[in-house]
Ligand binder design. Structure first.
Ligand SMILES: Cc1ncc(COP(=O)(O)O)c(C=O)c1O
Length: 420
């Protein structure tokens, strides 16, 4: 008799099943507006839960260390071909377990310990892995930073000035909390002027880039990374891309055996499924709607007297600043959560509070857009956000709004009972 139970999760482990049920309920009833989150399709989740989780496939397609990798080869090759087609590049590594792993591999491939990198300040919208001190990227390398001006925008002349002084080996562009389009061409000119490698981390805007709704990092960047779970709507994971064969070879060695062991073949299969969705003609419409919905957030928040970092948005998120308000980003985050809206507190340029308290929040449109919400719903939600922020201590109002928004959410089903 087999030792493997074929019981369903519900029967095999009712505790975990019940926690997952509750999480599904939370995701369904709340309005998910964290800019880095999204909903994958059941097809993506099915691939994630597939038998590929059982397979060791150290190495790369057709060059593996273990036998029995024929199907792993096929699915990884498919993922590579699809992602190269999406972004118009020649080489891709689809094995990074996350965006941070992808970024770690880029540095490991192209730098020696102590080499200089120049990235965007964490407090101005950069990511931890762009040279922040608590991260390996700030510990293992000598990191310097550019930021945004008080108007909330990158000043490219200033980036050049800093690059000339610091002479970095790599310039990192891309951000976690920047509402304006990133000009990869200008970054390339800066990199060329100081002889640096240009590394674009498009984790946040990849889904928009795929739809030509944001400038592409190709042909400007020498190496590009992305996560697959944000605007790309795929499984949690990372990808590294390049057009340079030498860089591609170094990246492959840096991922395996450099910083990872066996690839997560089930996740690679799910990445392939997500990439097929991105290649579908409907993707353009999704990405356009993500931007259109963010524009509604921009308009309503401005009309209702709130300050937006950089004055608005070109992408999928807005950053609201409370520098002139008596309450913090943390207060706003908590009040909105009570009202059924999930956002995250965020530092803003000119920040005076700590990173745990902050003076801002980041609000994104990708997840609710994936649920099918459009301008009408975003207008309603944006006004509710303003109502909460205008009455930050009114818990009765927050509870009332929570009920109204739960009703709205109920009209936008994410998953059928049988598909999670
Ligand atoms: C720009 C950017 N790069 C990299 C990452 C890291 O991705 P992960 O959380 O998958 O490690 C993030 C995540 O928020 C990000 O915003």
């Amino acid at each position: 008799m087999s030792f493997i139970s074929n019981a369903s999760l519900e029967v095999a482990d009712s505790e975990v099943f019940s926690i997952i049920e509750k999480e599904l309920k939370r995701q369904t009833n709340h309005l998910e507006m964290i800019a880095s989150e999204n909903f994958t399709s059941p097809a993506v989740m099915q691939a994630m839960g597939s038998v590929f989780t059982n397979k060791y496939a150290e190495g790369y397609p057709y060059k593996r260390y273990y036998s029995g990798c024929e199907e792993a080869d096929a699915v990884e090759q498919l993922a590579i071909e699809r992602v190269c087609k999406i972004f118009g590049c020649a080489y891709a590594n689809v094995q990074p377990h996350s965006g941070s792993q992808a970024n770690a591999a880029v540095y490991a491939a192209l730098l020696q310990a102590g080499d200089r990198i120049l990235g965007m300040n964490l407090s101005d919208g950069g990511h931890l892995t762009h040279g922040s001190k608590p991260s390996f990227s700030g510990k293992n390398y000598s990191a310097f930073y550019y930021g945004v001006e008080l108007d909330g925008r990158i000043n490219y002349d200033k980036v050049l000035e800093i690059a000339k002084i610091t002479q970095p080996k790599i310039i990192v562009c891309g951000a976690s909390a920047y509402a304006r389009e990133i000009d990869f061409k200008k970054f390339k000119e800066i990199a060329d002027e100081v002889g640096a490698i240009l590394f674009a981390d498009i984790a946040h805007v990849a889904g928009l880039v795929a739809a030509k709704e944001h400038m592409s990092p190709f042909p400007y960047a020498d190496v590009v990374t992305t996560t697959t779970h944000k605007t790309l709507r795929g499984p949690r994971g990372g990808v590294i891309m390049t057009n340079d064969e030498e860089i591609a070879k170094k990246i492959n060695s840096a991922i395996f055996p450099g910083i990872q062991g066996g690839p997560l073949v089930h996740i690679i299969a799910a990445k392939a499924v997500a990439f097929k969705e991105v290649l579908d003609s409907s993707w353009r419409e999704y990405a356009k709607q993500v931007k259109a919905n963010a524009k509604v957030l921009e308009r309503v928040l401005l009309e209702r007297g709130f300050e937006l970092v950089s004055g608005g948005t070109d992408n999928h998120l807005v950053l609201v600043s409370f520098l002139d308000k008596p309450f913090s980003g943390k207060d706003a985050d908590t009040a909105l959560a009570d009202a059924g809206i999930t956002v995250n507190k965020n530092t803003v340029p000119g920040e005076k509070r700590t990173p745990f308290i902050t003076s801002g929040i980041r609000i994104g449109s990708p997840a609710l857009t994936a649920r099918g919400m459009r301008e009408k719903e975003f207008e309603f939600i944006a006004n509710k956000i303003c109502d909460v922020l205008d009455n930050i201590e009114d818990k009765v109002l927050h509870a009332k709004i929570n009920k109204e928004l739960e009703e709205l959410a109920g009209n936008f089903v994410i998953y059928n009972q049988s598909t999670y």
